[in-house]
Design a protein around this ligand. Structure first.
Ligand code: XMP
Length: 516
């Protein structure tokens, strides 16, 4: 793999993604890694990420110096570039001019990692410290007003550095630098794509499972669907999927799982229609955390009951369910390795909490993958497009998009409004620009309207389109007015209960993406 050394501030994940977009497998490692630990991972190249520290401050994270002598091609980015310069004897000091955001880089030598670059290029920078003098043996490839050395190379040792961030989209030619480094300098071939991911996972799953039986919970979302499809490809009918319909999915989603997904994969599916049960349990509840608790608890008990039945049936047929599939993604793995868990803003539910006598070994076929890779694999496996490209949708479903108590009528109204918004956003070609667009029913708010010459007293619908990279922060999407107008007209025409449509123009923070 290409090892991305994490110096903090979330740049490492982005770099790892860009490396994979260049068709080379990457993994993230902590900056405390030693040269010996690194060699155990058999790296083909190393990239040092950016980070928030300054090299000359006490306690600033450094690299085990032996790593520079491993003979493995290395690229330092931003702070990683400064670490490389500093540890190899260059001069790193406060910049005469800090550069933040869009910055013009002047290219002194369009070669090496800058091969193919025009004489100047737009880059995205964030530094108040600069490499004033490159270490011995390095050639300066570029400079900026504030950074005398903004890119450098030591071809002989295979060491390279760049002050700006090639991994961000605001550096238009950034991916060229990453690809030059990987393909030209480190001489790594294209080897990572959905085919190779599938082949590798299928082999791994077969080996892990043998002839045991496997169970998998489907949620309607892309992760569990792709995980199930991968496992099914590996072991066929040894897999049984369980789909708990809690009655809180959006229009068409239940059919998508029960028909389209099953048709596309041939997977053995047990569906539990538990919507009555869930709605009864939710009667009279309007507090968001209580909704979540009730749904999470009910979900796990329903799943448990279905699982017990499947386990019993398997036992009667002389076999045993040994494994449970989970759709854990790479960012979850990286983040949970990161220690000191973030504050619990909202309790998210997933399939955990099974009783001890139902403990299974886990199969996590997406554990090394980013979301875009999961989607590519899903497409390759022939899953329904709407499922593969489904926007993030909370486990508790529409329950947390009705502000107030949940009733069948309110659910029906929200389902219609949501379907209209989704349809119009798709029609306008905005699906891939918008991260997600919750549609929220303010069920206890009433306002006066006039619909068909009659006075109405209905509830408003909130549109909450947001753009985001990872849902940790988000901005409200600037959806064109005519698209908003069309959504508004259709919702108020087609959903009798709704007489007003409003737009949420708050970023996250301070507001969360969902309303509850
Ligand atoms: P917030 O509202 O916290 O949402 O800004 C961040 C992302 O998480 C999704 N979300 C949930 N997902 N169970 C889930 O599986 C939940 O209870 C839940 N609550 C929020 C939300 O849709 C957004 O993508």
């Amino acid at each position: 793999p290409v090892l991305v050394v994490d110096f903090g501030a979330q740049y490492a994940q982005l770099i790892a993604r860009r490396v994979r977009e260049a068709h080379v497998y990457s993994e993230i490692v902590p900056n405390s890694i030693t040269a010996a630990e690194m060699m155990e991972k058999d790296p083909q190249a190393i990239i040092l990420s950016g980070g928030p520290a300054s090299v000359y401050v006490d306690g600033a994270p450094m690299l085990d110096p032996d790593i520079f002598n491993l003979g493995i091609p290395m690229l330092g980015i931003c702070y990683g570039f400064q670490v490389m310069s500093y540890q190899l004897g260059g001069v790193v000091d406060k910049a005469a001019l800090g550069e933040y955001g869009k910055t013009e880089a002047l290219i002194d030598n369009a070669d090496s990692i800058l091969a193919g670059s025009p004489e100047t290029q737009i880059t995205w920078m964030s530094h108040g410290v600069a490499v004033q003098k490159a270490p011995e043996g390095f050639e300066v490839l570029a400079h900026t007003e504030g950074a005398p050395v903004a890119a450098m190379a030591n071809e002989e040792r295979g060491l390279f550095g760049v002050q700006w961030h090639p991994e961000v989209k605001h550096t238009p030619l950034g991916q060229d630098i990453i690809e030059n480094f990987l393909h030209k300098e480190a001489k790594l071939p294209n080897s990572w794509d959905s085919h190779s991911i599938i082949d590798e996972q299928v082999a791994k799953i077969r080996k892990q499972v043998g002839d045991a039986q496997v169970i998998c919970g489907l949620s309607g979302g892309v992760d569990s669907a792709v995980a199930a499809a991968l496992v099914h490809k590996a072991i066929g009918d040894q897999l049984t999927c369980v789909f708990v319909d809690h009655g809180l999915l959006r229009k068409g989603e239940v059919e998508q799982v029960k028909h389209d997904f099953v048709e596309a994969t041939g997977i053995k599916l047990v569906t539990v229609d538990a919507s009555d049960d869930f709605l009864t349990a939710l009667e009279g509840v309007s507090e968001p955390e209580r909704k979540r608790k009730i749904i999470g608890e009910k979900f796990i008990r329903t799943f448990e009951k279905a699982t017990r039945q499947i386990v019993a049936d398997a036992a009667n047929a002389g076999s045993e369910i040994k494994f449970l599939v989970q759709g854990t993604l790479y960012p979850d793995v990286v983040e949970s390795g990161g220690g000191d868990g973030a504050a619990n803003i909202k309790s998210h539910h997933n399939v955990g909490g099974l009783p001890d006598d139902l403990k299974f070994d886990l199969i996590e076929p997406l554990r090394t993958l980013f979301k875009d890779e999961v989607r590519a694999v899903g497409t390759e496996l022939g899953l329904p497009e709407e499922m593969v490209w489904r926007q993030p949708f909370p486990g508790p479903g529409l329950a947390i998009r009705i502000v107030g108590e949940i009733t069948r009528e309110r659910l029906a109204a929200l389902r219609e409004a949501d379907a209209i918004a989704r349809e119009e956003l798709s029609k306008a070609g905005l699906d891939r620009d918008i991260w997600q667009c919750p549609v929220v029913l303010l069920a206890d708010v009433h306002s006066v309207g006039v619909q068909g010459d009659e006075r109405t007293y209905g509830s408003p619908i909130v549109l909450r389109p947001v753009s985001s990279e990872d849902a940790m922060t988000a901005d409200w999407s600037r959806v064109p007015y005519d698209v908003l107008a069309q959504i508004s007209t259709r919702i108020t025409n087609e959903c009798r209960e709704i007489n007003r449509v409003v737009l949420d123009v708050t970023s996250k923070p301070p507001a969360t993406i969902e309303w509850e």
